[in-house]
Design a protein around this ligand. Structure first.
Ligand SMILES: [Zn+2]
Length: 339
């Protein structure tokens, strides 16, 4: 019995020694690898979420618009980045009064650099929100019924659904989808009738067009600053796209680009396998070109943004001979980019 215990003890000590050595070697190796990796790695944002609520977007946007000609222009990107770095990204904590406090401090002469110098993630949030919203506000000119077009500053991106066409939506980002393999829903669905004209949210270039087994007939449009890739999916069977759209073509914010349908979920083209017709809208953020078609794509929640875009709907008319829809009013962007 004593001998057995003695042996058992020795074996145990031996095992502990081997185990500790292995752990030590692994730790050293992983640290070294990390160092090598860090030297090679390019610095760009690899993970981002978009959490501001509709209320926060609307309130800060209105202040941005109202103050855009003032000495103290209060950029909504700065305001949202300031709030987010104070909330740790959690906009459940949002209050209009927090924005008012921020505005008051700026107007009382405090500098944004001083207000944010102790906020560790301010510049991270600022970069993320610039990537999402950087081209949403600016100078534009739009024809108006019975009025002369005049230059304005405001929201210059459009709702993805044409004016007067109804749709409904609810928060659905991240919900599980089961076709093909179980995966989170990386976009936002707008339920509406087949044939509803789909509008390009932002100006850009058509990068992808054609059939995709998940999205059916789909369109991928890249913003002019290259930071956003818009994905419009499940377009109409047989005639998904606007006649003027082709791969590589330029589109303008507010243009009709296609029609809502229920195609997708098939390796065979032109199949209507989606039960309820809807537009799937996605936005991928691209901080570095290597992210574009990688395993680390950054797609964001568009629920609050889609609500905000209801403030700017593109009016369309139908050409009877071709049954094609066109935007009604000429639209011109006069400035690009805000950060
Ligand atoms: Zn979807």
């Amino acid at each position: 019995m004593i001998i057995f215990n003695f042996r058992k003890k020795n074996i145990l000590i031996f095992l502990i020694a081997v185990f500790s050595t292995v752990i030590l070697i692994l730790t050293v190796l992983s640290k070294n690898n990390h160092k090598v990796g860090a030297q090679k790695e390019k610095k760009f944002i690899k993970y981002a979420e978009f959490t501001p609520t509709f209320e926060a977007l609307e309130y800060t946007m209105n202040i941005d618009i109202k103050t855009h000609e003032n000495k103290n222009h209060i950029s909504w990107i700065d305001t949202l980045a300031y709030l987010s770095s104070r909330y740790g990204g959690d906009f459940e904590k949002y209050r209009n009064s927090h924005v008012e406090d921020f505005v008051k401090r700026i107007n009382d002469g405090e500098k944004i650099e001083d207000l944010t110098k102790n906020l560790k993630f301010f510049f991270y949030y600022k970069e993320v929100y610039s990537a999402v919203l950087g081209n949403f506000l600016g100078e534009y000119r739009i024809e108006k019924p019975e009025k002369e077009a005049k230059q304005e500053y405001g929201l210059k991106v459009f709702s993805p659904i044409a004016k007067t066409f109804p749709f409904c939506h609810y928060p659905d980002f991240g919900a599980l989808r089961k076709y093909g393999y179980s995966r989170p829903h990386l976009g936002h669905d707008l339920m509406c009738a087949v044939g509803t004209p789909v509008i390009s949210v932002e100006s850009g270039t058509v990068e992808a067009m054609g059939w995709n087994r998940y999205g059916g007939w789909r369109l991928g449009i890249r913003s002019d600053d290259k930071k956003r890739y818009y994905y419009y999916a499940h377009l109409r069977q047989n005639r998904p796209y606007h006649s003027e759209i082709s791969e590589g073509s330029k589109v303008q914010a507010g243009d009709v680009i296609g029609y809502v349908g229920r195609t997708g979920y098939s390796t065979k083209e032109n199949m209507n396998n989606i039960s309820q017709s809807h537009l799937h809208l996605g936005m991928e953020l691209i901080f570095d070109e290597s992210q574009k078609d990688s395993n680390n794509e950054i797609w964001i929640d568009l629920y609050s943004i889609t609500k905000l875009l209801q403030k700017n709907k593109s009016a369309v008319r139908r050409e009877n001979s071709t049954k094609e829809f066109f935007k009604n009013y000429k639209f011109e962007e006069l400035s690009t980019g805000q950060s």
